[in-house]
Design a protein around this ligand. Sequence first.
Ligand code: SF4
Length: 456
Amino acid sequence: MSHSEKAAIFNKNEAKVNWHDKALWYVREKRDNAAHGVKGWEYLRDTASKIKGNVLSNLDNYLEEFEANALKNGIKVHWASDAEEHNSIVHKILEAHNAKKVVKSKSMLTEECHLNPYLNDRGIEVVDTDLGEYIVQIAKETPSHIVLPAIHKTKEEVDELFQEHLGTKPSNGNPEYLTNEARKHLRNKFLQADVAITGVNFAIADTGGFVVVTNEGNADMGAHLAPVHIACMGIEKIIPKEEHLGVFLRLLARSATGQPITTYSSHFNKPAEGKELHIVIVDNGRTEQLSREDFRSSLHCIRCGACMNTCPIYRRSGGHSYDATIPGPIGSILSPGKDLTKHSSLPFASTLCGSCSNVCPVKINIHEQLYKWRQIIVKEEPQPFVKKSILKIAGKVLENRRLYNFAGKSARFMLKYAPKFMIYSKLNAWGNARDLPEVKNTNFDDWYKAKRKNKK
Ligand code: SF4
């Protein structure tokens, strides 16, 4: 199913779409206020972009440096070339400890690798401990946003879900009550866990340590209680030095939720006494993306979600319409690199307004990369005959002034006098969701000529 077909499903509930749009715009506004409050915000963005550019140009060196230092610290380091290998490494570690219960804090990489179903099929219980992730897990859904995984659910829907799965009382969507109930339930899971899995926000080459940021403290709780901690990271999560953390931590929280800093920024440098700490470093298509000159800077992404919150298409089509682990503008750049045919509609799910590039804390030229994918896709993927023919005609009209003026005149006439069903019919997908403005009799050219004539 294409993005627009999936979006049409989400769009059936107009009230919910409006609410989704508003909720995300609220977060975007919080981001703006937070960003405007920092002197040298643009300088920070530039610096972050340069650090990431340097990392990508020297990725092999930094990864080796990180591995050597992590090993010195007593961390066990594993390398996985793809999702399958990642899952099998994690499974082997669990098997070695006869682990049957796992608590996992938010990690888009493990989502990307489909770790939960892999482990579930092998008799292991995995509980997602981030509240939003926990909600989508019990709803048997996938996250629809990388920072706000359950943003597509209203509090009333969560209320019903908790009644069904946790036996809570109806609370009319009282967030405090629901959070407390989830907390009680999750506390037992933390206490029973054999292993804790976390993601990695930043891995520091010169120390061999890594940082995980959360607002709920769930990564820390899991990692500190369980005897074994497995951290899973993509190869692009490296930063060269600890001093660079200040740049990214200041940008990340403000861009994601408008907070000055995330509530917990936990540093893991070595295993605690008597415990094990593993790190799985995963490629899974990242080196391929690195080799695509036009798209390599998409690997700068620090997963703040700001491009989603600002995108008019994402806000009104919902994260699930992207059918990918990373939705929204940045997902629409990453996904075609993995499967061009499956994700060929995603780069077109954009107005190319550039708002995503404007808010991106690491200055990825997102809208330009979306445009570049479009150029590749129209060459490599078969396009619908009607679309191709219409665009060919449009090209001819736009390059010939006379033809353009004639077409404009005809369109203005048609739009005024043609029966409405020709525009607002099922056959015209464009007209389905749009109201046209009132059509004027003249175009700008005629208006300008008339004005000049009157002046003479
Ligand atoms: S592309 Fe930029 S704005 Fe979007 S999630 Fe990544 S870092 Fe944030």
